[in-house]
Design a binder for this molecule. Structure first.
Ligand code: GLU
Length: 493
């Protein structure tokens, strides 16, 4: 039997980073086994439906490098791939359960259910339920005469369909990550399968779809573990074999607790995949990082691209415990993948970002050198523009922190350097000579190297740190360097 897995997000908002990890683990598992990765949109909750969410999900998966084998835009044989388009099917299957005696129509109004609950509470039941006991005294197709049920259905009376949850049964299943999970049905309501608006609940739709889409492994977040016993009961009720379950560990915030939207925001962690896209992260870095958020290959290797991850990934190496989201580690990965990217591949991206920031990037050779000079220093592609802005524009102001290093004698040092640099013309205006000139000033003034180098750096770049100064000055060119020095001497003296 070939492996089929699904990523089944609800289109209720932008794709959360935790959702992206769930998708990734499904994708890696599918590829590892030569199986199929299905995208199913679980859009039955119309009150929470967000128009652009599906497009955001698909865009995010594509950006991250996960090819969807079957989904709304690339249908296979078991579609449609949006639950809202499968409504008729859920009705048929609900009917099947009613016919085989495992579900029933319930006509009770909300008030009637409240009355039942109040009554039971008053008689000492702390958590009253619509269950195997109480269903016998409620208005449903198990208690009403057959012809009245038919009359009500024909008249269009409101109803829900409920699952006949067996009394005091232990539901057991094996989860590939958590081991044996067992659950007592006595804590369960008779689950609603079809709502009064005709929509299926998550439980019914999820089980019907996983079965009819021939899903072999359900890999999803831990927050769905409590739903799994209900799903098992449904598989039993249908007489279907359940897929293998694997519930992934939670993603934790560095300060403890689940990484909620609010927590992530307060800790400066982007929470939606789209923020990583617009934040110019490297998709390979995010993928590599997310793969390790709850899994490891079992040795101390850390860098693996998608292809290698597909080869290495197995569910038995997924941990049970929560995995802490360490943003510094993500930046470490990002830096690594930036270093791995060739200057040629970086160039169009840096050019676009610089132009977006309103800079003129001059000619291609110029920009190429800028990237070469900064390649070992940046950890995100937009830092080429941030750190390298002085290559495109003379400093408008000088970094405050850097100015603390501008001392009383700094202007004199810069002036002395300017005189040496004026003497370099044509090809002589080159990094080696620019360095020698600075060394000459250092020797003449009998000061330390930094005493001259730092103010020259501040005057020409506006910053107290940055790429190798002398090749940077060479690239800027003599006229530009002199003009920046003059302007700095005027403004800083
Ligand atoms: N629609 C659910 C979600 O939004 C799917 C849960 C599952 O994978 O069964 O995550």
């Amino acid at each position: 039997m070939s492996v089929r897995v699904r990523f089944a997000p609800s289109p209720t908002g932008f794709l959360h980073i935790g959702g992206l990890r769930t998708a990734l683990y499904n994708y890696l598992f599918a590829r590892h086994h030569g199986g199929t990765f299905v995208l199913r949109i679980e859009d039955t909750d119309q009150s929470r439906y967000v128009e652009d969410a599906e497009a955001d999900i698909i865009r995010s998966l594509e950006w991250a490098g996960m090819t969807i084998d079957e989904g709304p835009n690339t249908p296979g044989e078991v579609g449609p791939y949006r639950q809202s388009e499968r409504k008729a099917m859920y009705h048929e299957y609900a009917k099947q359960l009613i016919e085989n005696g495992n579900a029933y129509y319930a006509f009770d109004s909300t008030e009637e259910i409240d009355v039942m609950r109040e009554r039971l509470k008053a008689s000492g039941n702390p958590s009253p339920k619509y269950d195997s006991i109480t269903r016998q005294s409620m208005k449903n197709s198990l208690t009403l005469p057959k012809d009245e049920v038919e009359r009500r259905l024909a008249a269009g009376d409101e109803y829900v369909v409920r699952l006949k949850v067996p009394r005091r049964e232990t539901v057991k299943f094996e989860d590939l990550i958590r081991g044996i999970v067992s659950f007592d049905t006595s804590g369960l309501d008779d689950q609603v399968l079809l709502k009064s608006d005709g929509m299926p609940t998550y439980h019914l739709a999820n089980v019907v779809d996983d079965h009819t889409m021939k899903i072999t492994h359900v890999i999803r977040g831990e927050e769905w573990l409590s739903s799994a016993p209900k799903h098992m009961l449904l598989y039993q009720a249908f007489g279907w074999e359940a897929p293998t379950m694997a519930h992934l560990p939670l993603i934790m915030s560095p300060s403890g607790g689940k990484l909620s939207k609010r927590k992530a925001e307060s800790e400066g962690i982007p929470v939606n995949t789209k923020d990583y896209i617009s934040g110019n992260y490297e998709p390979e870095a995010l993928i590599n990082f997310l793969a390790y958020l709850g899994w490891s290959p079992g040795d101390d290797s850390e860098i693996h691209n998608m292809k290698e991850l597909c080869e290495l990934f197995t569910l038995d190496r997924v941990s049970k415990g929560g995995a802490v989201f360490n943003h510094k580690k993500l930046m470490w990965y990002n830096e690594h993948y930036i270093r791995e990217t060739s200057v040629e591949d970086l160039q169009p991206r840096v050019k676009a970002l610089a132009e977006q920031a309103g800079f003129d990037t001059k000619d291609d050779a110029y920009l190429k050198t800028v990237i070469e000079l900064l390649h070992e220093r940046v950890s995100k592609v937009d830092e080429f523009v941030e750190m390298g802005s002085f290559f495109f524009e003379a400093p408008k102001e000088y970094d405050e922190k850097a100015l603390k290093k501008w001392k009383d004698d700094s202007a004199a040092m810069v002036k002395a350097y300017q005189e040496k640099v004026e003497a370099l013309s044509g090809d002589d205006f080159a990094a080696v000579n620019l360095k020698a000139a600075l060394e000459a000033v250092v020797a003449e003034q009998e000061v330390g190297f930094g005493k001259v180098m730092m103010p020259v750096r501040i005057a020409t770049t506006g910053q107290g740190f940055g790429p190798d100064l002398f090749p940077a000055l060479e690239l800027l060119g003599k006229d530009e360097v002199i003009s920046r020095i003059e302007s700095a001497l005027e403004r800083l003296s």
